[in-house]
Ligand binder design. Structure first.
Ligand SMILES: O=C[C@H](O)[C@H](O)COP(=O)(O)O
Ligand SMILES: C=C(OP(=O)(O)O)C(=O)O
Ligand SMILES: [Mn+2]
Length: 420
């Protein structure tokens, strides 16, 4: 372990302090409603899926969602992937029963391997080095795609995946893309140059749960221009629902770095803990520093979100409020698959917006587990995936993700809510 961490600590940073500051400045806008955060990607990234097609499809669906929110919702979108480092998972149980075997739980590819054998489930610190390399390779391609023309607004039609294009969602998207195309061509015709980074490039940021503190610490560096400490494993790091204890190690580590920090908040929160958490993580109340990612579940959100919003507003705390409609809505279906219902996800988002409207606070973003692939992991959506369909293409190694079509559908629905 020590050898691996020593090696990691001299490897180049994956992201730079200047980029991290840019993200924080954008998030500061989301505090006031002048921007909207879209964060999404796999629950757990998979080393074997670090391939060009997989990265491209994830990026495509996030770009599609972002352009939908911007065009139909009328707000600039901050694009943050759960990508290039989302390799460590907190689990509810230390063990898992597979047939006759009781195995250590899978904890993400940076810890162990998902195959159901004892060997695969043994933790190996060398996997952190591989995780670093996989993150670097992923980021390299993301940078190439977002800077090199793939993400140019001229290509908005080309982001439509083949299997989505023929669906009702795909057709709505196609109509919108045509309008954007016409607008760009009109501007070109009247002589406005479209050769600007706003049109030809996308700003895309990375994020993951800061769970493995040895890894995060090894990638924490002093910024030579400002002298501040930054965790350079990703632009945004979040603290999970299971590790956000005020006096815990994860809070202690993250309070020492200047990155924007996300905190997951589930229905069991205590308001005093949350206040103490903010005092520790954001003592200066700097806008953009803190994003609260609430994940209450459909059954709890109406009761648990409003009092939290009210108290934070009363105290004048600067927070980006983001809705994770995934983690409070997970259940095991009768076919034995861990799944989520599309309609529950949509309902939690609706309740999230309604609570903010009622309290006079700002719904600042959304957080999804999703993939660009045509998976069958969540129930419902326009194609009405049912329990019996889940087995067809259930590929996740941890939590169920929205597929590309379901992701686009949810983006259109959110755009409607933002416009209100
Ligand atoms: O992604 C989040 C957690 O790791 C996941 O929801 C935990 O799932 P579990 O309850 O199956 O351990
Ligand atoms: C572990 C996760 O969520 P939470 O901490 O909210 O359960 C996650 O986002 O994958
Ligand atoms: Mn998850």
């Amino acid at each position: 372990m020590d050898k691996v961490l020593a090696e990691l600590s001299i490897l180049p940073p994956l992201v730079f302090a200047g980029e991290i500051r840019s993200l924080k400045a954008l998030l500061a806008k989301a505090v006031n409603g002048d921007a909207f955060l879209l964060q999404g990607g796999d629950c757990a990234e998979d080393f074997s899926q670090v391939t060009a097609p997989k990265i491209r499809e994830t990026l495509k669906v996030l770009l599609q969602m972002a352009v939908t929110l911007t065009y139909a919702g009328g707000v600039p979108v901050i694009k943050v992937g759960r990508i290039a480092g989302q390799f460590a998972k907190p689990r509810s149980s230390d063990t898992e029963q597979v047939g006759e075997l009781v195995l250590p739980s899978y904890r993400g590819d940076m810890v162990n391997s998902p195959e159901p054998t004892m060997d695969a489930r043994l933790a190996n610190p060398k996997r952190m080095l591989k995780g670093y390399n996989m993150s670097a390779a992923t980021l390299n391609l993301l940078r190439a795609f977002t800077r090199g023309g793939f993400a140019a607004l001229h290509r908005v039609q080309a982001w439509n995946q083949e299997f989505v294009a023929q669906s009702p969602m795909g057709r709505s998207y196609e109509r919108m893309a045509k309008q954007i195309d016409q607008a760009i061509r009109f501007m070109e015709t009247i002589g406005i140059s479209m050769d600007t980074p706003q049109i030809t490039q996308a700003q895309f940021f990375t994020s993951h749960e800061a769970l493995l503190l040895g890894y995060e610490e090894a990638l924490t560096r002093v910024d030579s221009t400002t002298g501040g400490w930054y965790d350079c494993s990703a632009h945004l790091l979040w603290i999970g629902e299971r590790t956000r204890q005020v006096d815990g190690a994860h809070v202690e580590f993250l309070r020492g770095v200047l990155n924007p920090i996300g905190v997951k908040i589930g229905p069991g929160y205590e308001i005093d803990d949350i206040k103490r958490l903010i005092d520790k993580l954001s003592p200066d109340n700097e806008p953009g520093r803190l994003t609260f990612i609430t994940r209450f579940g459909l059954k709890n959100i109406e009761q648990r979100l409003p009092p939290l919003l009210r108290e934070m507003k009363r105290e004048g705390r600067n927070i980006v409020w983001s809705c994770d409609p995934m983690h409070g809505n997970t259940y095991t279906s009768s076919s034995g698959h861990k799944t989520r219902k599309f309609n529950d996800i949509l309902s939690e988002i609706t309740s999230f917006f309604e609570a903010h409207w009622a309290e006079g606070t700002i719904p600042g973003g959304v957080h999804f587990e999703l993939t660009g692939d045509n998976v069958t992991e969540c129930i419902g959506g326009a194609r009405d995936i049912v329990d019996g369909d889940l087995d067809r293409n259930y590929l996740t190694t941890c939590d169920p993700r929205l597929n590309a079509e379901q992701s686009l559908e949810v983006a259109f629905q959110i755009a409607e809510m933002i416009r209100k």
